[in-house]
Write a protein that binds this ligand. Structure first.
Ligand SMILES: [Mn+2]
Length: 481
């Protein structure tokens, strides 16, 4: 029997559950300046515990998280999520000042745990989720030499990314089998949340991400494309000037760091040099959501577009604070009116619940232009609170394949998903075009040329508009419905 599978859509059973280290990590999570009862309560009270400590006192780290000198004397310290600053702003085209972003965002984050940190809509307290979350301080970044600074950022990020995580990946909540890392190198990596810095830092960050995950899908919230050709953005008078906060995605695309077709911009509302900028953006591998679509399809429609584009693939999240309207976040390098409210961006971020966000950043926070009320730095901190809540809920693992079988992801390298013919119990997959097959189990990439026949004993297929996943399962009858 031959089945035409182009219309078949089956959902993957979602998995959850970190390996919890409740007691160890609760102790490890003791914030700076912690003093035991009765004079002070914990900063991270659990359910129904005392709150209202003097959150405004003491040394400032992100959300009062413990400070670990991850790139200094604490190089062997393990963590699950690390905040790290990248105080770089010499790739800026308009207002400089994002070098003060990390310290500003930390100041804006002081209040995050005042009431305990439980996220009501996401039903999680990221500070009490069993993960070890730390503030690693800043990567040392020179303000005198962009090329050197970019190397410093890549090196610093990479060192953190390749550190063994504090918690094990955990097990599939349904089968109890150990989860399989979603990375390309087959290893379980901690997650890094970078505090920018102007947006140029994402080029070295993606170079680091590539070392663990290969080409990555990107969700990018920004009023600007940032895929501009150097000749268009800045004129590229030198090779160094060609790398700046409007061109870093162009270079990332040129270097093959971005997964073509499954990456997406949100909140775009920039003016252009002309329509050719969108052609160039298409060529850089991005889909686009315009800021004004909030008025037509709303946050729900925007979330749907993002999820359909990214699927369950590993994804990197980059947030330019200028995606938010300057009414709510004025302190940024290149403000654009007509943006989303802080509430809308937070809703959209919560809509990413369940996605495999491997790392993230927030950039272009330039506190010198903020109001006395710390509007922008507070918005940046609150946005990251949503991001860490989403991360805390979803481990970076796939559901393991059934025993004795292998798992295959089939990723078309070109735009069209081809028709697949599945006859009988022994499946023959006829590859009409050049595909890349990735075995999760072996962690191998293997190219297949046109006309190749690949034989699977059993097959389970999930199709989305942009990719498909093939899993060996116990019975081919799943396909006959
Ligand atoms: Mn921007």
């Amino acid at each position: 029997m031959k089945l035409l599978l182009s219309f078949l859509t089956l959902a993957i059973v979602s998995v959850s559950g970190h390996d919890h280290h409740e007691h160890e990590s609760h102790d490890m999570q003791m914030p700076l300046d912690y003093v035991k009862y009765p004079y002070q309560a914990t900063y991270y009270p659990g359910d129904n515990e005392v709150t209202a400590d003097s959150i405004f006192s003491g040394i400032t780290t992100f959300a009062k998280l413990p400070w670990v000198q991850c790139l200094g004397k604490d190089r062997t310290t393990a963590f699950d999520i690390a905040f790290i600053g990248a105080p770089f702003d010499t790739g800026t085209s308009y207002r400089p000042g994002a070098r003060f972003g990390p310290s500003g965002i930390r100041a804006g984050s002081r209040r995050l745990t005042l009431y305990g940190g439980y996220n009501v809509p996401l039903e999680v307290n990221p500070f009490m989720s069993g993960l070890k979350i730390v503030d690693c301080g800043d990567i040392p970044v020179t303000p005198y030499d962009n090329k050197y600074a970019i190397e410093q950022i890549e090196k610093g990020h990479k060192e953190l990314l390749h550190r063994k995580p504090f918690s094990a990946l955990g097990n599939d909540s349904v089968t109890g089998e150990p989860l399989v890392p979603i990375s390309a190198d087959g290893k379980h990596h901690p997650r890094i949340i970078t505090l920018g810095g102007d947006h140029t830092i994402v080029l070295p960050l993606l170079r680091s991400i590539y070392s663990a995950y290969g080409a990555i899908s990107v969700i990018h919230f920004d009023s600007h494309l940032d895929t501009w050709k150097p000749q268009v953005f800045g004129g590229a008078p030198s090779s160094q000037a060609a790398i700046n906060h409007g061109t870093y995605f162009y270079w990332a695309s040129q270097e093959g760091l971005i997964k073509n077709g499954s990456s997406i911009h949100g909140a775009i509302r920039t003016t252009l040099s002309g329509p050719a900028d969108y052609d160039n953006d298409d060529a850089s591998g991005f889909q686009r959501i315009e800021a004004r679509e909030i008025d037509t399809i709303g946050t729900a429609g925007i979330i749907k577009k993002i999820r359909e584009t990214v699927g369950d693939k590993p994804v990197y999240l980059s947030i330019d604070i200028d995606s938010i309207d300057p009414a709510f976040a004025p302190a940024t390098g290149t403000p654009e009116t007509g943006g989303w409210s802080t509430r809308e961006l937070r809703t959209i971020l919560r809509g990413l619940d369940g996605l495999h966000i491997v790392s993230a950043d927030i950039v272009e926070v330039a506190p010198a232009y903020d109001t006395n009320a710390e509007l922008t730095t507070m918005a940046a901190a609150d946005v990251l609170y949503e991001v860490m809540s989403v991360m805390a809920k979803t481990p970076l693992g796939w559901s393991p394949p059934p025993r004795g079988s292998s798992t295959i992801i089939l990723q078309p390298l070109n735009e069209e998903i081809q028709t697949l013919l599945i006859p009988g119990a022994n499946t023959i997959l006829y590859v009409k075009n050049l595909y890349l097959l990735h075995s999760r189990v072996l962690g191998l990439y293997r190219p297949y040329t046109p006309g190749t026949k690949v034989i699977f004993r059993y097959i389970f297929i999930v199709l989305t508009p942009t990719f498909m996943v093939l899993d060996n399962v116990t019975t081919p009858e799943l396909l006959s419905g």
